[in-house]
Ligand binder design. Structure first.
Ligand SMILES: C[S@@+](CC[C@H](N)C(=O)[O-])C[C@H]1O[C@@H](n2cnc3c(N)ncnc32)[C@H](O)[C@@H]1O
Length: 305
């Protein structure tokens, strides 16, 4: 009963106090080493290891670049990627859109979904005018797109902006505390072959902030994994050793994660751990008002049955 009240209070805190623009001003004002770490991991997963289907060595990267675009374009049509807890942040989709042209973004908050939709619409409006794929609103995200452009050795960030716009099919509500986090959303399920499971699910800095205990965190990982196809990949990125972050003059709580907690949760959810990486904190407190000691990348594969 008490934990139910705490959970409702957390949901209310997000609904009432989370301000997308202010969040971006604090946490995405510049491209820092921790965000680079997240972007590099996603690039490695989608581009170098081809969505988990190669071992991802440097040679594979070279091969990938050589074989590439035609073959990739054929394959990407049938693949489905879901991001859980996108917030107002469109950058996980950059690498994902190289691998799949069916990406669904989701978030708990209406204001965050609105923010992402506006950004996508701006891009749509712009691509029908004289300057394809670029707009003043993109300025916030250009350094992030540029970073991935360099990783991919792509021609320009404009192409990647276009690619994201083309690939994101829906931005839908989600609640990771529910056994069906997408609440059977029609838009999210909409697909040519009627399949509602995903080949890859990405979630960055969400699950530890949406939950209040290790047990709840573990249940949330299980709920999200239910949306994954057997043999599909779960990419969880987040903060280690964190108890809270500051936003809009409020303290937003976090479950304090360790590698052992995350690994136990993905195993309990029926996944096999494939890769683990971490980066010790490198952003000063005044730049990032949160108390994490490191950030992590966890790649897991859902068991076939
Ligand atoms: C710290 S923000 C991270 C946003 C973004 N992924 C990023 O990397 O910056 C936490 C996100 O979790 C979302 N969230 C909070 N409670 C949630 C819940 N119960 N289910 C799903 N998402 C939730 C919030 O709306 C917010 O977008």
């Amino acid at each position: 009963m008490e934990s139910e009240a705490k959970r409702l209070a957390l949901e209310q805190l997000y609904r009432d106090k989370f301000r997308p623009e202010e969040y971006l001003c604090t946490y995405y004002r510049t491209l820092d080493a921790e965000v680079e770490f997240f972007l590099r991991n996603l690039h490695h997963f989608f581009f170098v290891s081809n969505g988990g289907h190669h071992d991802g060595t440097f040679q594979e990267h070279e091969k990938q670049v050589e074989v590439s675009d035609d073959e990739m374009n054929k394959k990407k049509k049938g693949r489905r990627v879901l991001e859980i807890g996108s917030g107002p942040v469109p950058i996980s989709m950059i690498s994902a859109s190289r691998w799949s042209e069916w990406i669904v973004c989701s978030d708990f908050l209406e204001q965050n979904r609105h923010n992402i939709k506006q950004w996508l619409l701006t891009m749509t409006a712009t691509t029908t005018s004289t300057a394809p794929g670029r707009h003043d609103d993109d300025e916030t995200w250009l350094p992030f797109f540029r970073y991935v452009t360099e990783l991919e050795r792509a021609e320009s960030e404009t192409l990647l902006l276009e690619r994201v716009r083309h690939s994101v099919r829906a931005v839908v509500p989600c609640n990771v505390l529910l056994t069906d986090p997408l609440m059977n959303d029609k838009e999210a399920a909409q697909n040519a072959d009627g399949n509602s499971l995903y080949d890859v699910i990405i979630t960055t800095l969400c699950l530890e902030f949406a939950t209040l205990s290790v047990d709840e965190y573990s249940a949330a990982v299980g709920n999200v994994t239910r949306l994954l196809s057997p043999g599909g990949f779960l990419v969880v990125q987040g903060a280690l050793g964190n108890s809270h972050y500051w936003h809009n003059n409020h303290q937003f709580p976090s479950v304090t994660l360790s590698r052992a907690v995350v690994e136990a949760a993905v195993k309990k959810a029926g996944c096999l751990l494939v890769d683990w990486r971490e980066l010790a904190r490198c952003c000063p407190l005044q730049d990032k008002p949160a108390d994490h000691s490191a950030v992590f990348y966890c790649l897991a594969r859902k068991n076939q049955i």
